[in-house]
Ligand binder design. Sequence first.
Ligand SMILES: [Fe+2]
Ligand SMILES: [Fe+2]
Length: 153
Amino acid sequence: MSRLKELRKYVDAEVNKMEDADKRTSAISHLYGVSLAAQMIAKKRGQDPELAAMAAMLHDLHAYKTGSYDDHAHKGADLAREILGELKLTDDKETDLICSAIYHHDDKLVTDGAMDEVLKDADVIHHCMNDLSKAIKEKEQARFDKLCMEFGL
Ligand SMILES: [Fe+2]
Ligand SMILES: [Fe+2]
């Protein structure tokens, strides 16, 4: 089994513990949607698509597990480090890359490292394109416009 598949199995089991069926569905749809977008963006930018997808699968898990978005990026990075340590799918350098991307993913108005930016942009793609009738958040508009330029949309 690929390590992405193995991680997804773990994440699926965690998300399936959520009691609310609608929240469960939107959690799965968001994690898999961001994960697909992250692979596409990473491939375009010469970053590692597999690691990008793995970061995406874990990026909001802390919020889903606790029901709170309070500081979920920073707390989510710690949770991801625990999970990756337990599953032993990554080496130290890969774990750091994934956890850094999760740590920074809510800082949409600043520019961080290349892999951090892949996850932020993938998150924005899913927020903005999962339902095109929904208004784009002000803090995501500039990033979304830049992505549309980059991908010729
Ligand atoms: Fe988030
Ligand atoms: Fe997200």
